[in-house]
Design a protein around this ligand. Structure first.
Ligand SMILES: [Fe+2]
Ligand SMILES: [Fe+2]
Length: 250
């Protein structure tokens, strides 16, 4: 059987996308970033008469700092992911509604993590902002994700990786406030993973060879979306060495 075209795939898989969107909306629980940040720990920086960041102020160890920074910078690159995902999903119907909803949920993750880090002085806010600027200016691109099938397979694996990373980072922070926040984010990532995983399952039923080829291609050559960012290697090696990516700790 010849491969289905992108338009055929989108059309044939739209009922599955709609069912998954409805399942997601029925299971997801609304939450608000401000409820997860210890605002009473906040104080002004020097530009407003207070004190600038000093490493002594942070209660995070080097592993937690690396994991929080890499995870947040990865969330920050949402505009790139939105652009890519919009290219292989349709802007209309259930696909379009999902892209919008998913983007809004992902944005919450970056908001709450940055608020937490700045208020608790967990990492240097100047370095964090400089890294965000460099990282987002560069953007995240993957030449490998050509088409719907590869895109869906990639995000299914990536959402699982992100869930594991946030959950383990919560434990590594050794701070109940950070742990509660990151467990909340991980619960979102889990629902995202289930959406994409179930679309993969529908694609396997629809076009088994085409879907299997896409999934095998993604799994055999998988990198987390932050791979292009400065210091990715150093931070991700630190995280890997301390079990942040270890699904067994999950
Ligand atoms: Fe996220
Ligand atoms: Fe996600």
């Amino acid at each position: 059987m010849p491969d289905l075209t992108q338009v055929q795939l989108l059309t044939e898989l739209e009922p599955a996308a709609e069912a998954e969107l409805n399942r997601h909306l029925s299971l997801t629980r609304d939450w608000h970033p401000h409820d997860y940040v210890p605002w009473d720990e906040g104080r002004n920086f020097a530009a407003m008469g207070g004190e600038d960041w000093d490493p002594e102020q942070s209660r995070l160890d080097p592993v937690a700092k690396a994991a929080m920074t890499l995870n947040l910078l990865t969330e920050d690159n949402l505009p790139s992911y939105h652009r890519e995902i919009t290219e292989y999903f349709s802007p209309d119907g259930a696909w379009g509604t999902w892209v919008g909803r998913w983007t809004a949920e992902e944005n919450r993750h970056g908001i709450v993590m940055r608020d937490y880090l700045v208020v608790t002085r967990g990492v240097d806010p100047v370095a964090l902002e400089n890294d965000r600027m460099a990282n987002m200016t560069k953007g995240a691109h993957s030449d490998d994700l050509n088409g719907l099938m590869r895109g869906v397979a990639y995000v299914a694996v990536q959402e699982l990786g992100t869930r594991v990373s946030h959950k383990n980072t919560g434990k590594a922070c050794n701070d109940p406030v950070a742990d509660r926040m990151l467990q909340r984010i991980a619960a979102d990532e889990n629902l995202h993973m289930i959406f994409y995983r179930n679309i993969c399952a529908a694609a396997l039923d629809l076009a088994p060879d085409q879907a299997m080829e896409a999934i095998a291609g993604v799994v055999s050559n998988f990198d987390m979306p932050g791979i292009g960012m400065p210091n990715f290697r150093r931070m991700s090696l630190t995280m890997a060495k301390h079990g942040i990516y270890d699904i067994r700790q999950h």
